[in-house]
Design a protein around this ligand. Structure first.
Ligand SMILES: [Zn+2]
Length: 468
């Protein structure tokens, strides 16, 4: 427990606002905000725009100044920030991922069960967004003179491209420091680089592969894939994790189904790639044309391991975890196969090296297309702002944690000086009725959210005292 003189007031404010916070999270979750077709003035479709409007309405009710820039990004602030004035910021997002399957009840109606909030966005990232608004309300109502006014940014496109943050960084002066409550506690002060793209086959003439489909997202290891080949059942070898059946529509064709174990591209340990199993089966059966076989060999190299060893791109800098790479999706388009990949890399390699190594593996059998990359980002854990966040977290929780680095990407990397700061607790086991971020029955522990609010308020007050 902290001995900070401001604690009693912060604690009382958060406890007294429990019901209000629950009500406002419920209101915001009730606005479905998956990205939709752009409409005039609503670049991410009607859902994210409506959720941004809802969040700003809540902010205005709390007495905060608000602004909406074209339904891309909006904000609440303790006071209007004059041009050239240095300011602090938080950034959360009001858009969500699709609800998916497996919910026990309506994903957009918040339920409270055994101390857990359940609903799409309670953890990622509408619950944290409401916390930031209440943190600003505390700062404003306390009447304290704020050396740095605070802006709570609310993005509307985090889940599908972060163009909201790109837009903000291009059009507005940057905060002296920013934290994003869109990850796990305690403090994440580094994110790996990212490198993604597609391995594209040549146009297959008189190919054996009729169709090949697998995966749901570039950044996830697929647990299912299916491939149809123009070859009899008897020509195909049995391979672990592949079921083989004749195509009911055409006896000359065979359908292969691959079964794996899914997982996030940033943490592929323990996953099994369903596409890889089918590739294996096709190569072992030796049924494809030479061009197809050459392309499948490139895919086999990609899928051989998630450390990039077979591709010759493995890297480990001792700061981040070692490089990872997974093949997320495959599809057949205009008689070409397109296999996507998602690589997360540490600081001792770069996009040029990765491109060169992958081109070498491709040779003439495949082409590297639609490559995009982002450099790793890292702020020293000794930075005084990071020290404030980690110390505040440890004081309030009684824990003894240290900042960590990760493979995922948050808003933080887009700002000159920013980190992610909670509010998830990965060491707190989810009850069996609750699911993770992006999953069914997405859950957030309500007491921990209230505790996070206290941490955010105290951290912001301490950041006010820092010379940036
Ligand atoms: Zn998020």
């Amino acid at each position: 427990m902290t001995t900070d003189a401001r604690w009693a007031s912060i604690d009382a404010f958060a406890e007294q606002n429990r019901e209000n916070i629950l009500r406002d999270i419920t209101r915001l979750v009730a606005v479905p905000s998956v990205e939709g077709k752009p409409e005039f003035g609503k670049p991410y479709g009607p859902g994210p725009a409506a959720a941004l409007d809802c969040a700003l309405t809540i902010a205005a009710e709390l007495g905060l100044a608000t602004h909406n820039d074209g339904n891309r990004i909006g904000w609440a602030e303790t006071a209007p920030i004059a041009a050239g004035k240095e300011y602090l910021a938080t950034i959360t997002h009001v858009d969500v991922v699709p609800e998916g399957n497996g919910w026990d009840a309506d994903p957009y109606t918040v339920r409270l069960r055994d101390g857990w909030l359940l609903g799409r966005g309670v953890a990622d990232d509408k619950g944290p967004g409401i916390l930031c608004l209440y943190a600003l309300k505390y700062l404003k109502d306390s009447g304290a003179a704020l050396r740095y006014p605070v802006r709570a940014l609310l993005g509307a496109n985090e889940e599908t491209g972060m163009t909201d943050a790109h837009y903000y960084v291009e059009h507005y002066p940057q905060p002296v420091f920013c934290f994003t409550p869109d990850a796990e506690f305690p403090v994440c002060n580094g994110e790996k680089g990212g490198f993604s793209g597609e391995l594209v086959s040549p146009v297959f003439i008189d190919g054996v592969i009729v169709d090949f489909a697998g995966g749901v997202a570039v950044n996830a290891v697929p647990d299912r894939a299916v491939c149809t080949v123009r070859a009899p059942r008897s020509a195909l070898r049995a391979v672990d994790g592949v079921t083989i059946e004749p195509d009911p529509a055409d006896p000359a064709r065979t359908v292969l189904r691959g079964w794996g174990k899914s997982g996030h591209a940033a943490m592929p340990g323990g996953t099994v790639n369903a596409i890889a199993r089918i590739v294996d089966c096709l190569l072992q059966s030796d049924v494809c044309t030479p061009a197809e076989t050459a392309y499948l060999q490139v895919l086999a190299t990609l899928h051989a391991d998630t450390a990039g060893q077979a591709l010759g791109i493995a890297a480990d800098d001792g700061v981040f975890d070692p490089l990872t790479i997974v093949g997320g999706t495959i599809k057949m388009e205009n008689r070409c196969l397109r296999q996507s990949f998602d690589c997360r890399y540490p600081t001792n390699t770069d996009a040029d090296k990765l491109t060169a190594a992958m081109r070498k593996v491709c040779g003439t059998a495949a082409a590297l297309e639609n490559v995009s990359s982002r450099v790793p980002f890292y702020i020293s854990a000794d930075h005084p702002a990071i020290q404030i966040l980690i110390n505040t977290y440890n004081e309030v929780t009684g824990e003894h944690k240290t900042p960590f680095v990760m493979g995922g990407g948050t808003y933080a990397r887009h700002f000159p000086l920013a980190v992610s700061f909670g509010p998830e607790h990965t060491d707190l086991p989810l009850p069996d009725f609750a699911g993770p971020m992006h999953g069914a029955n997405e859950g957030a522990n309500f007491d921990k959210l209230i505790e996070a609010l206290k941490i955010y308020i105290l951290a912001l007050l301490r950041l006010e005292e820092l010379d940036f």
